[in-house]
Design a protein around this ligand. Structure first.
Ligand code: NAP
Length: 525
């Protein structure tokens, strides 16, 4: 079966053989995708003129109601999505939930938050600016929805959440969506879009999807569009320098890779709640989605005196995790999504091993439960130990996109700060400490290089939302190497789909324009 693309209000099959999507446990080809022959310029123009205009005729609260209907629909079809996740991504039930339920939760969150914007169609920002001696001539800042398309070029690891965490704020803003999921796992995103289209929830052109190569997509975006990219730093670099993106100053948001840290404070000694909470979270981050999360813990910074005890504790828990075909009883860790990803992980691991000791795992010949190692894409969960601190090279630069993390002992707080900052910009750091002085020194010193810092102590205990979990109400994105993008953060996400314009004129003109507007301060509320 070849998956069709949804463009210009029609289902269109791409030309030629296309590319096969496979089951990473059995190697079986499942479906094919092709974007060949799709008229992308026409598809984008159709989305702008039909989808954009129809969405903008609605108010924020009417669009929020559409999001609620989408969430309800996806919820009803959840079991089908779990099945696709299992077959195409090798996802355990927990992994599928992370992606699918995470998507539904995020849409619901925007449906709820969007209601607060009421019957408005744009945003008014701040007070009038005095520009003359009397109030005869003033300025007013507005945030107006973009008249273009929101183009989403997404990574393979979150086919559901990756689409909807971007689509929910875009649709709420009144901007149509054009999705280009990553080829290896495009099936789930395509099925979800097909279900939403079939249900007739959105006006024609409000959502489009093309599976397969992006081909000439970036040649046809313009200054009214926004391109939101999630994927590797290498692909991001190609996008930033794409001649059409540069020439037309196309707004580009980048969520790239990141070598995230977990940091144990000096008080997180074995036997303390902070130590135990760190161990639990490290194991969870290494195993959920088999470590294929952009936010996963890659480096574990521990006081030199506890780093060995930490290595033992984490190894002990990893030894209890059954790795294999998620269809087999008791399996907790599945494969990577493809043979190509497995090869990339082995390559990264080989680099890390040049400067690390293997504490747990790392066996290229290990036997997954219920699967043939020759055709499947498994990587054994692997814990490494690197005593070179800042002098290490690969540990701070290489993101192994799989179940691999490295313990890096630190000497003192200054050293811990320097090592965390050596990630050159990360999505998240989590800190396990009840030592107020340590937290008070560390957090401000790393905050400018991290999109999110999660601090866990005994009082927070099990109530935290997780190192790797991206909450719709909180910012997702990170500076530097992580791409410099910003997503989510509640209604703050709408800013990317609006453009600021100050209108200067008489009070009657400004009053008339303000009638259809709601206070932009609500975005940060
Ligand atoms: P990737 O190879 O960079 O691909 C990402 C997307 O870009 C895919 O849809 C891909 O399409 C497309 N693409 C590739 N070349 C392109 C080009 N020249 N023009 C336009 N589109 C192009 O990344 P990936 O391997 O799918 O994802 C893994 C990476 O994503 C990891 O490094 C991870 O850290 C990062 N990630 C980051 C976040 C975050 O929020 N920061 C979230 C998840 C993942 P094809 O698949 O068709 O090639």
């Amino acid at each position: 079966m070849k998956l069709a693309n949804y463009v210009y209000g029609q289902w269109v099959e791409g030309a030629g053989e296309g590319t096969a999507l496979t089951d990473p446990v059995t190697g079986e080809a499942l479906v094919r995708v092709s974007s060949d022959g799709i008229d992308v310029a026409h598809a984008l123009e159709f989305a702008r003129t039909h989808g954009g205009a129809a969405l903008k005729a609605l108010t924020y609260e009417e669009r929020a109601a559409k999001l609620a209907a989408i969430a309800e629909l996806l919820q009803a079809k959840r079991a089908e999505y779990f099945d696709i996740s299992l077959r195409n991504s090798g996802a355990t039930e927990g992994d599928a939930s992370f992606d699918v339920d995470g998507a539904i939760f995020t849409i619901k969150s925007y449906a709820r938050a969007g209601k607060a914007l009421g019957a408005a169609r744009h945003l008014k920002e701040g007070a009038r600016v005095a520009l003359a001696k009397t109030d005869v001539f003033q300025g007013q800042h507005f945030l107006m929805p973009l008249t273009g398309v929101a183009v989403f070029i997404n990574a393979f690891n979150f086919p559901a959440w990756g689409l909807w965490e971007k689509a929910a704020p875009a649709l709420l803003a009144g901007v149509p969506v054009f999705a280009k999921p990553a080829t290896p796992t495009a099936w789930l995103a395509q099925r979800m879009v097909a279900d939403v289209v079939a249900a007739g929830i959105l006006p024609p052109g409000a959502i489009s999807i093309v599976c397969g190569s992006a081909r000439d997509l970036l040649d046809h975006v313009n200054e009214c569009d926004v391109v939101s990219f999630t994927g590797s730093a290498d692909t991001a670099a190609r996008m930033r320098t794409h001649p059409n993106v540069v020439a037309r100053s196309v707004r580009l948001n980048v969520e790239a890779d990141s070598v995230n840290s977990a940091i144990l404070g000096p008080d997180a000694q074995p036997g303390t709640p902070e130590f135990d909470l760190a161990v639990k979270e490290i194991v969870r981050e290494m195993t959920v989605k088999t470590g294929q999360k952009c936010t996963a813990i890659r480096r574990i910074l521990a006081p030199a005196g506890v780093s060995r005890a930490l290595a033992d504790a984490v190894s002990g828990k990893l030894a209890g995790c059954k790795v294999g075909d998620p269809r087999s009883e008791g399996v907790r860790v599945g494969p990577l999504v493809s043979k190509a990803q497995q090869a990339a992980a082995f390559e990264g691991l080989a680099k890390l091993r040049q400067e690390c000791e293997v504490v747990f795992g790392g066996d290229p010949d290990f036997e997954p439960v219920g699967a043939d190692a020759a055709v499947s894409a498994f990587v054994q969960p692997t814990l490494l130990y690197c005593d070179k601190g800042l002098a290490a090279r690969f540990v701070h630069d290489v993101e192994v996109f799989g179940p691999v993390a490295t313990i890096v002992p630190y000497a003192d707080t200054r050293d811990a700060i320097a090592i965390a900052r050596r990630g050159h910009g990360s999505l998240v750091a989590s800190v396990y400490s009840g030592d107020a002085a340590f937290v008070g020194e560390l957090v401000p010193a790393i905050a400018d290089l991290h999109g999110r810092v999660m601090v866990v102590d005994a009082a927070v205990g099990a109530n935290h939302t997780g190192h790797g979990n991206v909450m719709p109400g909180c910012l997702h994105g990170g500076p530097g190497r992580a791409g410099g993008g910003e997503e989510l953060g509640g209604l703050r996400a709408l800013a990317m789909y609006h453009r600021r314009c100050v209108v200067q004129g008489g009070p009657a003109v400004l009053d008339a324009l303000s009638r259809d507007a709601v206070d932009a301060a609500l975005l940060g509320a």
